[in-house]
Write a protein that binds this ligand. Structure first.
Ligand code: G3P
Ligand code: MG
Length: 246
């Protein structure tokens, strides 16, 4: 199995320690703070457009109310996705995947595109995101890495665009990780920070998989994880982790 050579530090939701998560401003901050790749979340509007957004509902990170899956792109686009974070980001919109790809191309940033489906839209979202990436991913960038907590989304992505590599996201370390990674033909496991142990990291590496950890914001923890052989950390503060690997 080939494992794509991602850099060891990946900005989380852009660089969401410095700007409102999953916005163009956040992606720009990641580049400003030295990241070469960013992770961001993707889901579908009611009318089938792919947006960069984390939650199933809009309340936490916008001035709107309701479920993303019930809203058309036109309704999502008028929301303020920056003002909740600070006044300086007021008016920052929810980006589409196409808009995120354009800024990645401009900045030369790689992308770990998480598929974050609204409930019931797992396969549809996986397929749509994978097809959009296969069709429109900027030619000047390394190929993206798709990740998801949803096996259904990953399977649909694999079917739609088998050439785009995948990573399985987990909140609990699965006993049957070998079977799950093999069945979904993933090249990496992306694991919740506190669930990783040195033994688990070693077992994954020995089996030929990359192991990356989210969300790592503490330098000492980052140093420990790199000591265990992890290939990458996903962080809200890229600059804290970069000093460990430069
Ligand atoms: O992809 C890593 C991480 O983003 C997964 O969790 O909830 O922050 O999307 P979450
Ligand atoms: Mg995510």
């Amino acid at each position: 199995m080939t494992v794509d050579p991602l850099p060891p530090v990946i900005g989380h939701r852009g660089a969401c320690g410095h700007a409102p998560e999953n916005t163009i401003a956040s992606i720009r901050k990641a580049a400003e703070f030295g990241a070469r790749w960013v992770e961001f979340d993707t889901k579908l509007s009611r009318d089938g457009h792919i947006i960069v957004f984390h939650d199933d509902r809009v309340e936490r990170t916008t001035d709107g109310t309701g479920r993303v899956a019930d809203m058309d792109l036109s309704a999502l686009k008028v929301l303020d996705a920056g003002g909740w974070y600070s006044k300086g980001f007021r008016g920052e919109p929810i980006p589409t995947l196409a808009e995120a790809m354009a800024v990645l191309a401009e900045l030369g940033l790689g992308g770990n595109v998480e598929i974050k489906p609204s409930p019931g839209r797992e396969a549809e979202t996986g397929r749509a995101v994978a097809l959009a990436l296969a069709r429109d991913w900027p030619k000047n960038l390394p190929r993206p890495l798709i990740s998801s907590f949803s096996p259904e989304s990953l399977a649909a992505a694999a079917e739609a665009a088998p050439g785009i590599p995948r990573a399985l996201l987990v909140l609990k370390f699965p006993k049957d990780w070998r079977r799950r990674l093999r069945e979904l033909d993933c090249q990496a496991l992306h694991c919740l920070n506190r669930r990783l142990t040195p033994l688990r990291a070693r077992a994954l590496n020995e089996a030929g998989y990359a192991i990356r950890v989210f969300t790592v914001n503490n330098r000492r923890r980052g140093a420990r994880l790199f000591g265990w052989g992890v290939q990458g950390v996903i962080t809200n503060y890229p600059e804290r982790m970069l000093s460990l690997v430069e």
